[in-house]
Design a binder for this molecule. Structure first.
Ligand SMILES: Nc1ncnc2c1ncn2[C@@H]1O[C@H](COP(=O)(O)OP(=O)(O)OP(=O)(O)O)[C@@H](O)[C@H]1O
Length: 479
């Protein structure tokens, strides 16, 4: 909190660089861009730019032409991370110093892992214990332990062209002596405005990377939310003049992408190639006798690798009533367990399965259930949407939990279309939602989504005695 207050106070300082920042972000003066590209950008960046698609190339070049700032909006799976990596390489080739930041440690390290594989040198600030094991060798705590005098320490901090840390990590002593040519902020649509100021004070130009349609800053206080605290600087500065947009995605097949387009992207999200459009999961044992004879009809349909079954809604039809005050659904959890066991039997790799649920209590319950009943079950990643941002799995199973409540609870997480958007866009080839449709239709984002499932006949009702489904089969897994 004191970091945020300090940043707000710094924004009032009487200094030309801070005055410019104030004009850009408080008065929202439009950013300006150089008219042409310096010839050396193309010459020096040819091999780097070749790895990018056209819109990524345009975004990178526009960032380099910015006099003040630019925004890079990347829909899910459109290669924001890959674009940032290319941008850093190009900035280095042009001799610029770069401050690379993000909201979370994992997002910072995600980029650094890729930079490391491209043999780019950098310095990672922050507690070594919070840093990814493969990045620890770049940690300043480790690297500076050998210095015995102030001069060598100062030289070391001054020399590194790429310095990386979280937004909150920009209170490090290094920042009292350095201003970078560029600052890149990843996950910028998730950062509180006062927190994002920290890195921005430390650079002449900045680029914010994010997607305001994914997770916004997390605000606990409803009063603060109502007063606008949830607006990120990315959302505040997003404009046609400032923003480059990445719309070609490399993650989801066409059916899953269609859901995201309906819910959030208004048809703008596109598959990067036709192979991706029709990609499905591979289940090598699905047609073996062990599966064909033991899988009841409802599992055969839900787990099928047919393209048209890429998105499936399993409607519990109000038969899984739960305590209205609880955020756990034992019945949905047992359905998920049975689906996981079936996918594994059909030959899916355990690391390709992900489970998402909006509620932490359900995460805990599911982890316990899966670890107890599946060999190596701890390898099935079960998490809330927030923990899944930035990553994907071939198959995503989503447990909605709420059931038997006729009216949506005020402020219920299920009303949050951004969270639902992130959840569905984690799936590459198969997405199974499990929930009670009559309850979920009371939540606006679900209502929109369910209409598409219905339109494509991908809602399967789970009723006792139909399609080999019996609730009693799940009793052993429900306490
Ligand atoms: N130009 C490209 N050509 C081929 N593959 C690409 C290209 N750009 C990105 N990819 C691939 O697309 C996938 C998604 O990229 P990345 O993780 O950078 O997306 P993202 O925008 O950060 O996703 P999210 O918003 O969900 O965090 C990766 O497997 C990456 O290798």
């Amino acid at each position: 909190m004191s970091f945020n207050f300090t940043n707000l106070a710094r924004l009032l300082i009487d200094d030309p660089r801070v005055a410019k920042l104030r004009a850009l972000i408080v008065d929202r003066i439009q950013p300006s861009f150089k008219k042409g590209l310096p010839a050396d950008i193309i010459a020096k960046g040819k091999s780097i730019l070749r790895q990018l698609n056209k819109s990524q190339q345009r975004a990178v070049l526009r960032t380099l032409m910015a006099n003040d700032y630019s925004l890079l909006k990347g829909f899910p799976g459109t290669g924001k991370t890959s674009t940032i990596v290319a941008l850093v390489q190009l900035m280095l080739a042009l001799g610029y110093s770069v401050l690379l930041t993000s909201y979370t440690h994992s997002a910072v390290d995600n980029i650094l892992l890729k930079l490391k594989s491209c043999e780019v040198d950098f310095l990672r600030l922050g507690k070594t214990s919070r840093i990814h094991p493969d990045i620890k060798e770049y940690s300043d705590e480790r690297l500076t332990s050998v210095f015995r005098d102030v001069k060598s320490l100062a030289d070391f901090y001054d020399d590194k062209l790429v310095v990386a840390t979280t937004c909150l990590g920009t209170n490090h002593v290094l920042f009292s002596r350095r201003i970078f040519d560029f600052c890149i902020v990843d996950e910028a649509s998730q950062v509180l405005q006062p927190a994002v100021l920290g890195p921005l004070f430390q650079a002449h130009r900045f680029v914010l990377v994010g997607d305001p349609q994914q997770l916004p800053p997390l605000i606990q206080s409803s009063e603060a939310r109502d007063l606008g605290m949830g607006e990120s600087l990315f959302a505040r500065l997003d404009s046609l003049g400032a923003t480059s947009c990445l719309t070609q995605q490399y993650r989801m097949n066409g059916h899953i992408m269609k859901l995201a387009n309906l819910l959030m992207y208004d048809g703008q999200l596109q598959c990067a190639n036709s192979a991706l459009e029709t990609a499905t999961i591979t289940l090598p044992n699905y047609t073996n006798e062990e599966c064909t004879t033991t899988f009841p009809g409802w599992i055969k349909r839900a787990a099928s690798s047919n393209l048209e079954n890429s998105v499936v809604f399993l409607d519990t039809c109000g038969c899984a009533p739960e305590d209205q005050n609880s955020n756990v659904s034992a019945k949905e959890a047992s359905l998920i367990l049975v689906l996981i066991i079936s996918f594994l039997k059909a030959g899916l790799n355990i690391d390709d399965i992900g489970v998402i649920t909006p509620y932490r209590d359900q995460v805990k319950y599911l982890r316990n259930l899966i670890t107890k009943n599946v060999t190596n079950g701890s390898r099935v990643e079960v998490n809330t949407v927030d923990q899944y941002q930035g990553r994907d799995k071939s198959v995503i199973l989503y447990s909605c939990v709420r059931s038997a409540t006729s009216k949506p609870k005020n402020g219920d997480i299920l009303q949050d279309e951004h969270r639902l958007n992130v959840a569905i866009t984690r799936a590459k080839y198969k997405l199974i939602l499990i929930g009670d449709i009559s309850t979920l239709q009371n939540y606006k984002p679900f209502k929109t989504l369910i209409s598409l499932f219905m339109e494509s006949s991908q809602v399967y009702t789970l009723r006792d005695g139909i399609d080999g489904f019996h609730w009693s089969d799940f009793n052993p897994y429900c306490n």
